[in-house]
Design a protein around this ligand. Structure first.
Ligand code: BDR
Ligand code: CA
Length: 313
């Protein structure tokens, strides 16, 4: 049975790989739409990047929407120092010929959840949670209609990547993350603790380049660009590959391990703003609101990526 999904994203090279993985898996996913959000770079560029990636996949039937231009309460925070000024630096990809849908992304999310049978639509979030939180503010009834929300965001054992205490997607819009985590939607959280265990070693990048298709070459070039920042920062042989873990979990949950816990977002302290305070050891009696993943089988993850990306043009 295919699973209906909406991908909310700020592409981003790793977002792009996640989108390609989903679009390469039509027997598993019915992608109802892709919604761009402000994040790695500004909304307009992220939306353009989403169109570029859809075109690269050959799945130009997938509608792409633009969502929110800024976080709910905070000024913009950029990830351009990692992803480059376009957010998708690396490959030389043509400007997209397909166009954005006119409807606002938040309204698309609301309308889709109200139209589809309750409990059938999964939200996959690869960026800050602004669009989802705005949809929940505008239409609280949709919370009960979501099958589950699978997010890349947060960290506990690895702590932070944009500040010493916070992961980028949560830090950019902590109020939005707080709204989502307290919404009652069943949530799977894929934090840095997982993504820092699936490193894109050179032989893995060579594997993508050697797939013999346009998508594989573009993925290798994208990740070669985006990894330079992390290789330098962490002194490791390969960089974390964050967002594709969301799609991989839906395809093969057996590749991941985790447990049901409470996660609460820090929205007040300047020092630890956006921290995901994860009660991993179940010290408190706060309600368990998240399936918190902690590790992944990295070999299985890259094998899945190779197998699926090989199907694309
Ligand atoms: C997250 O931040 C972004 O830069 C990546 O695309 C990923 O979603 C990792 O912290
Ligand atoms: Ca992202």
């Amino acid at each position: 049975m295919t699973r209906k999904i909406i991908i909310d994203t700020d592409p981003g090279q790793d977002d792009a790989v996640a989108i390609l993985l989903a679009l390469a898996s039509p027997e598993d996913f019915d992608v109802l739409g892709i919604v761009a959000v402000n994040g790695n770079v500004g909304l307009a560029q992220n939306a353009k990047n989403a169109l570029t990636v859809v075109e690269l996949s050959g799945r130009t039937d997938i509608p792409v929407y633009a969502g929110c231009e800024r976080p709910m309460r905070r000024p913009l925070v950029s990830g351009a120092h990692v992803h480059g000024p376009t957010g998708l630096d690396g490959p030389d990809l043509p400007d997209p010929t397909i166009r954005l849908q006119e409807q606002h992304g938040v309204d698309f999310i609301i309308e889709t959840l109200r139209r589809e049978e309750p409990g059938t639509v999964t939200l996959c979030t690869l960026g800050p949670l602004t669009n989802i939180a705005m949809a929940l503010v505008k239409a609280p009834d949709i919370a009960a209609r979501v099958r589950e929300l699978v997010m890349m965001g947060g960290a506990y054992f690895e702590v932070g990547n944009i500040t010493p205490a916070a992961e980028f997607n949560i830090y950019v819009d902590p109020e939005a993350a707080d709204i989502v985590l307290t919404s009652g939607i069943p949530i799977v959280m894929i934090p840095l603790d997982v993504t820092h265990g699936v490193l894109s070693f050179q032989d893995r990048l060579d594997g993508f380049a050697g797939l013999g298709n346009k998508a594989g070459k573009a993925v290798a070039e994208m990740l070669t660009f985006s990894q330079r920042f992390d290789l330098d920062k962490y002194g490791s042989e390969g960089a974390p590959l964050h967002d594709p873990c969301v799609i991989a979990w839906l395809l093969k949950p057996g590749l991941f391990e985790g447990r049901q816990i409470n996660v609460t977002i820090e929205t007040a302290s300047e020092l630890t703003l956006g921290m995901t305070v994860a009660d991993y050891w179940r010290i408190t009696d706060r309600p368990k609101n998240v399936l918190y993943l902690r590790s992944a089988d990295d070999k299985g993850f890259y094998a899945l990526l190779n197998e699926r990306l090989a199907r694309l043009p």
